[in-house]
Design a protein around this ligand. Structure first.
Ligand code: PNS
Length: 161
C-alpha cells in the first residue's frame, strides 16, 4: 500500500456534523488507516456555528477514535492537502442532486493540483435524506432530529436555535 492510501482528508462545512458525516468517517476507516476531518470554508454558505464550535463538536464525537483528527482549513483544500502530503479526498454523495456539485469540486481540485483524487462513498440509504440545512430548520421549529444527529450536536443545536 502506498503512502497516499493510508490517510485521507474528509473535507466539509460540518455545520453542524450529522450522523451522515459520522457514517462516512466510519466507513472511510475501513479503507484508510487515518482520516483527517478538514473543517473548511464554503463561501456560498452562511454558518450557524463558528469553526471552533464545529471542531469542538467533531472532537467530542470522535474522542475515542485515535485514527481521526480534526483540523480547520482556512484556505484552499488543495493547499492543505499539499501541506499534509495527503492527496486523497473523501466525499459522500447522497442523491443525484449532489453529483453536479461534487463533480465540479473534484475537477476544480484536480485542475489546481493533479495529484488530488476524490473518492466518493454513497451515503447509506437510511441516511441519504440528512442535510444540515434541513435539520437546522426542523430544530428551529421545535422538532427533534429523529436519528439524524449525534447527541452532542442535537444539544448544541437546541441551545443555539
Ligand atoms: O460541506 P460542504 O459545504 O459541501 O463542503 C465544501 C468544502 C468546505 C469542502 C469546500 O467549499 C472547500 O473545499 N472549501 C475550501 C476552499 C476551497 O478549496 N475551495 C475550492 C474547492 S473546489
Amino acid at each position: 500500500m502506498t503512502k497516499n492510501l493510508k490517510s485521507a482528508i474528509f473535507p466539509g462545512s460540518f455545520d453542524p456534523p450529522t450522523l451522515g458525516h459520522v457514517n462516512i468517517v466510519e466507513r472511510s476507516l475501513n479503507i484508510f488507516d487515518h482520516v483527517i476531518i478538514a473543517v473548511g470554508i464554503n463561501t456560498s454558505k452562511k454558518n450557524l456555528f463558528s469553526t471552533d464550535e464545529r471542531i469542538a463538536m467533531l472532537q467530542e464525537i470522535f474522542k475515542d477514535n485515535e485514527n481521526v483528527t480534526i483540523e480547520a482549513v482556512d484556505g484552499l483544500m488543495v493547499e492543505y492537502a499539499k501541506k499534509k502530503d495527503v492527496f486523497t479526498i473523501i466525499r459522500g454523495i447522497r442523491t443525484i442532486s449532489d453529483y453536479d456539485y461534487e463533480l465540479q469540486m473534484s475537477l476544480a481540485n484536480r485542475s489546481l493540483d493533479g495529484r488530488i483524487e476524490t473518492i466518493f462513498l454513497m451515503t447509506e440509504g437510511h441516511l441519504s435524506h440528512i442535510r444540515s440545512s434541513i435539520i437546522r430548520e426542523v430544530i428551529a421549529m421545535g422538532g427533534t432530529s429523529a436519528g439524524m444527529l449525534p447527541d452532542v450536536v442535537e444539544r448544541k443545536l437546541k441551545e443555539r436555535l
